[in-house]
Ligand binder design. Structure first.
Ligand code: G1P
Length: 297
């Protein structure tokens, strides 16, 4: 019998070196798009998909993340005294029900697969989602919710997928397509960061997964792959070989690679423009800026 998805793993142990010096003292997941940290977008998306248990795989130097999801009694009292009810409401989205959130340490940076495996005891014998907060997806129906529907239909492992330019395939997990039933794609293989010119397609895996407990079993056994790290892609590839029960899912929405500076800036512009309170003024500013740049050329 199929089980409902209620747990999600958030691998947040990375050093975030691409954003130094900012990430010297703050976790990159706390960096903000407009006024909300990246991690808040990931949590909201998980909640919208029915997730009730949140598992963070962290590392040293990430305590700001734990504080972020805690109550802030002094701040809340000050806002209450000042009658700032709207801000109090905003803070509520950062609070977790007691016991709903767990933190596990990944003691050494051994790859995404290893980070996911660190959560194996908390996941137990249930399906689970994996959300990479670097990948921010702007969508009418949140991406993970779209995937839950596909999971309920197939009962199989689902990975979010998106076409990327052929020159970029070596930065992603890439799907080998068996049958394209858009938006679902049956796959016959999956390869992590293929060398240029060797990718089986240009359909890339994006940081949203719904996985069955069998994947944890594969993670128990696999050895280091691309870059010497334990790759989640390799565990999923093993499942494809053994059962074929893995699907790519072309989500509806726009993905921003907030693990890169360019992607982060693009997301900032897009989310800024989308805000009712900021968008119109920001638009005027951008138009003026573009006109000035053009005139100077
Ligand atoms: C990870 C995964 C890769 C996936 C990518 C999506 O790579 O290993 O398969 O395509 O996320 O963002 P990373 O970007 O952490 O190197």
């Amino acid at each position: 019998m199929k089980r409902r998805l209620s747990k999600a793993i958030f691998p947040v142990a990375g050093l975030g070196t691409r954003f130094l010096p900012a990430t010297k003292s703050i976790p990159k997941e706390i960096m903000t798009l407009v006024d909300r940290p990246l991690i808040q977008y990931a949590i909201d998306e998980a909640r919208a998909a029915g997730v009730r248990e949140f598992i963070f795989v962290t590392s040293r130097g990430k305590s700001a993340l734990e504080d972020y999801f805690d109550h802030a009694p002094e701040l809340e009292a000050a806002l209450r005294r000042a009658g700032k009810t709207e801000l109090l409401e905003t803070l509520k989205a950062t609070n977790m029900e007691s016991g709903a959130i767990a933190y596990i340490r990944q003691h050494r940076p051994m790859g995404l697969g290893h980070a996911v495996w660190c959560a194996r005891r908390l996941v137990g014998d249930e399906p689970f989602a994996v959300i990479l907060p670097d990948d921010v997806i702007d969508a009418e129906t949140p991406c993970l919710k779209q995937m839950v529907e596909a999971f309920e239909e197939t009962g199989g492992n689902i990975v979010a997928a998106m076409e990327v330019p052929p020159a970029r395939t070596s930065a992603y997990g890439i799907l080998d397509i068996a049958e394209d039933r858009d938006p679902l794609v049956a796959v016959r293989g999956m390869v992590e960061k293929p060398a240029p010119g060797t990718a089986p397609s240009n359909l890339a895996v994006i940081g949203r997964y719904i996985l069955t407990p069998a994947i944890m079993g594969h993670l128990n056994r696999i050895k280091g792959g691309a870059g010497g790290e334990i790759q989640l892609t390799d565990a999923i590839a093993r499942e494809i070989e053994e059962t074929g029960n893995v699907y790519g899912f072309r989500f509806r929405g726009r993905r921003y690679d907030c693990g890169s500076k360019a992607g982060f800036l693009q997301a900032t512009v897009a989310f800024g423009l989308a805000r009712a309170d900021l968008g119109p003024e920001f638009w005027d500013y951008l138009v003026e800026m573009v006109a000035m740049r053009r005139a100077a050329q």
